[in-house]
Design a protein around this ligand. Structure first.
Ligand code: PMP
Length: 361
């Protein structure tokens, strides 16, 4: 095992195998139009804000929060028609992923994923010393069941991650494919549905006691609450129990618990936002039809595209010069020359489209 080295007068060196996150993080640059991190372009409802401020006045901040986050988990469970024992909450769904890797991955175990997909599935696996077994999606980014079977057979993963709709490609997997994948993987199948409410189908109905399938959701996208840092898992109660064993004591602060529960009583307003964004997404795709770009159909709140006449990274830079920030995926595995744009407000989308035309026509 590698020993922590310490040259004279130096701090101890960190593990050399830790993931370099610089390559992943989206730059936080001040721009007029920010369409790079798939957030909601709309703030949460004003009434939610007012109610939250009022509710906070009775939160006892000198006390630790409810360690089990019971009220919040009950409310999320009600939303999905399951009990609180089937819900695990954490500080964003990234922390749910980390908890899964800590509980089920780690040294001597492997985590499977299918590229191109959400980069943090790999990063967090590496950082928890899990081996990563990499498979590929098909050319059109749909799942390749024989590839899933191959990776499962060769690597016997303790965890297999799917992402539906898949970030950054935008396509949602079919339920039949997800079911078939669950049948061939030896460990837990994790379906990351960070963008689930934008999609025409969800794997949530496949969650059942004794079935090795869990679904991840977040408040960061459809619930317009990326700043709150709240995500959760819906799965069998025994999985939730295992995750509780690796969660830090009181990891969900009292403010988050109140704010998250309150947000759930605004589901009609949130749904309205989802519909508006989905409508804008479809308009954006129709506009891209008229431009020299290839794009992939999206079931999410972002669109992956590849400019045909000008190199992708160059277009990203030219857009930035016009104060429009999107995501540069051009160097990601299997995505040569590709860019990803988050669906914004109608105004933001038209600024983006005008700037894009300016760059590529
Ligand atoms: N899963 C996917 C597929 C994502 O795109 C993201 C956000 N980029 C997350 C999980 C993490 O979201 P959060 O930690 O904000 O819940």
């Amino acid at each position: 095992m590698a020993k922590p080295g310490r040259a004279r007068g130096m701090l101890v060196s960190a593990r050399a195998d830790l993931c370099q996150l610089e390559g992943y993080h989206s730059p936080q640059i001040e721009v007029a139009v920010r369409l790079n991190t798939n957030e909601s372009p709309y703030p949460p409802p004003e009434r939610w804000r007012d109610e939250l401020l009022e509710a906070l006045s009775s939160v006892q901040l000198h006390r630790y929060p409810d360690r089990d986050a019971t009220a919040l988990r009950e409310a999320i469970g009600d939303l999905h028609g399951v009990g609180p024992e089937q819900i695990f909450c954490a500080n964003g769904s990234n922390e749910v992923i980390q908890s899964l890797d800590l509980a089920y991955g780690g040294p001597g175990r492997s985590v499977a994923l299918f590229e191109p997909t959400y980069a943090m599935h790999r990063h967090i696996a590496v950082n928890t010393s899990s081996a990563v077994a990499t498979g590929r999606r098909q050319e059109d980014f749909s799942l390749d069941l024989s590839e899933i079977a191959r990776v499962a057979r060769e690597s016997q993963p303790a965890l297999t991650f799917l992402c539906s709709p898949n970030n950054p490609t935008g396509n949602a997997d079919s339920l039949a494919e997800i079911q078939e994948a669950a049948a061939v993987v030896p460990g837990l199948l994790v379906v990351d549905e960070a963008y689930g409410q934008f999609a025409p189908r969800s794997a949530l109905p496949l969650v059942a006691a004794g079935s090795p399938l869990v679904v991840l959701r977040t408040f960061s996208k459809t619930w317009a609450l990326a700043g709150l840092r709240l995500g959760y898992l819906v799965g069998p109660a025994e999985v939730v129990k295992s995750l509780e064993r690796v969660a830090l004591p009181y990891h969900l602060d009292a403010v988050k618990q109140v704010a998250g529960k309150l947000a759930l009583s605004y589901s009609a307003e949130m749904q309205e936002r989802v519909s508006l964004i989905a409508e804008q997404r479809d308009k954006l795709m129709a506009a891209l039809d008229e431009l020299p770009v290839r794009y992939w159909h999206s079931d999410a709140n972002f669109i992956l595209f590849r400019p045909e006449r000008v190199e992708g990274h160059k277009v990203w830079e030219m857009l930035l010069d016009r104060s429009v920030l999107i995501r540069d995926c051009s160097s990601w595995p299997g995505l040569q020359g590709c860019l990803r744009v988050t669906v914004g407000t109608p105004d933001e989308n038209s600024v983006f489209l005008n700037a894009l035309e300016d760059c590529i026509l």
